[in-house]
Design a protein around this ligand. Structure first.
Ligand SMILES: [Fe+2]
Ligand SMILES: [Fe+2]
Ligand SMILES: [Fe+2]
Length: 421
């Protein structure tokens, strides 16, 4: 069964990252458009290849969502002076978490001076060089307005920028009236045309959706651990309750993406080391609506319905729709239990994890109040130790992966400081 189309996965990633920083994502789209038109004019690329290139070019600054978390608006700074951090984090993120590992180095090299890049042995280095040109053009065009002249970088031809790339850019810019289309936003339509050609295998779709979930780690790595915990608990309960294979799959995807709307919530609120004020709580609760907005019409409806019901409760006291027991299915109710358990057993900024006895007591209370489903809670409690054992193992693996990623980040950063001036 097709839960989502390839193109929609890409659009979903784009819109989700837009929740964190709209301007940075718009920059990604414009750079992707310029690169796409340059390569189309140059020739030799099939449309589906151009579509893949658009995908990676759109996400070329993905590392900045993490490394520049506190100062994302200062695009000019990290795109011109301190570019190392976001290129390396983006590279590692793509390398470890995307299904298109061979394109990851495009991200690492997208700020490298051309006279250095030329010496590198890498299949897609020209693509990195083109992104470098396109992103300079875009950033300075946006910053300088009518003062902008695309030839202003010509003195860097052959040193910082590729001479061939620049010539190609001048030609393409004139032929397609690139800057006018960017100004009027007409470029978006042309970009949509090529996005239609994206084709991912089912395996890759799954990996991209997992990568999307890992984006919640840009805010806090614990969000990822939380989601993995919830997914694990859902899987275990679904197995014990003998759900059908297709139901298990729906539940898996629903659980995987249920909290992506958290990316729209300010970090100070997510990580507040105290109880939230009513106004803050209200804002926190908008994460469900935020997720629904990006998922609706993209993700298959059954998956969406599971994801956005994770804070609903059988007595109608949940949010956002105050659904009642009879309006919800089993998969939605399993996710509600799993999400509750995750909230109680994982560390929170304002308290330590609760013990087994406390967790069971709270769950039973929720059942008595007719908020959580009795049969599901009982199943969970019966297999508490085996389920939580597996959760432990999987969470430890995720934290290990982050450790490796962060270690490599430090190592590669040191190495790269040498050529970054
Ligand atoms: Fe960049
Ligand atoms: Fe950029
Ligand atoms: Fe949530």
């Amino acid at each position: 069964m097709e839960y989502i189309k390839s193109k929609e996965i890409f659009l979903l990633m784009r819109d989700t990252l837009k929740l964190i920083h709209p301007r940075l994502m718009e920059h990604g789209s414009r750079v992707a458009y310029m690169v796409y038109k340059m390569l189309e004019d140059k020739g030799g690329y099939e449309e589906y290849e151009l579509a893949d290139i658009v995908m990676v070019a759109t996400l070329h600054d993905i590392g900045a969502y993490k490394t520049e978390a506190g100062s994302l608006s200062d695009i000019l700074r990290y795109e011109s002076r301190d570019s190392v951090a976001h290129t390396i984090y983006g590279y590692l993120f793509f390398k470890y978490l995307s299904p298109v590992e061979d394109l990851a180095k495009v991200i690492m090299y997208h700020h490298m001076d051309y006279d250095q890049l030329e010496k590198v042995d890498y299949k897609y280095k020209e693509l990195a060089a083109y992104i470098n040109i396109a992103e300079k053009m875009d950033i300075y065009f946006k910053a300088m307005g009518s003062q902008f002249d695309m030839h202003m970088f010509h003195k860097q031809a052959g040193t910082k920028l590729s001479e061939e790339g620049l010539e190609q850019f001048y030609q393409t810019a004139v032929k397609h009236d690139i800057f006018a289309k960017i100004q009027s936003e007409e470029y978006k339509e042309e970009l949509d045309y090529i996005v239609d050609f994206m084709i991912f295998s089912n395996e890759n779709k799954k990996k991209f959706l997992e990568m999307l979930m890992y984006c919640t780690g840009f805010r806090s790595e614990y969000s990822v651990v939380d989601t993995i915990t919830t997914v694990c608990i859902c899987e275990e309960i679904a197995n014990k309750m003998l759900l059908k294979e297709d139901e298990k799959e729906l539940l898996y995807y629903g659980a995987l993406i249920h909290d992506i709307g958290m990316l729209a919530i300010p970090r100070e609120i997510i990580e507040a080391p105290r109880k939230l004020e009513p106004e803050e709580m209200k804002l926190l609760r908008t994460h469900v609506v935020a997720a629904e907005k990006v998922l609706r019409k993209r993700m298959q409806e059954d998956v969406l319905e599971i994801a956005i019901a994770h804070h609903e409760r059988a007595d109608g006291s949940g949010y956002p729709r105050k659904l009642k027991d009879s309006q919800m299915n089993y998969m939605q109710k399993i996710l509600q239990v799993a999400d509750t358990v995750t909230g109680l057993t994982n560390k929170r900024s304002y308290r330590d994890p609760l013990h087994k006895e406390q967790v069971i007591e709270i769950l039973n209370e929720e059942v008595t109040k007719n908020r959580l489903n009795r049969q599901i809670v009982n199943t969970f409690i019966r297999f508490y130790d085996t389920i939580m054992q597996r959760v432990q193992t999987e969470s430890a693996e995720i934290m290990k992966m982050y450790q490796t990623l962060n270690q490599q980040y430090d190592q590669v950063s040191k190495k790269f400081k040498v050529w970054d001036k």
